[in-house]
Design a protein. Sequence first.
Length: 68
Amino acid sequence: MLSGPTAAAYPPVLHDLGIDVVGSSLVRDPRVIVQLLKLGAGYRLLDKRGLLFKYVSTKTTQWVRYSS
């Protein structure tokens, strides 16, 4: 299982390397996120504003949306 910044790599490549489960998030609006990061925003604020798409990918079922 892989979770975190490294998990943002293309999941099929990670699956080919032997990682069965990948959990990560993708950016919805890069321009807005860059501006917020310049102001010191972190993951929690970006998530709270709905700017991240969280997902879990497995070897058998890829790109499954995760909702918290």
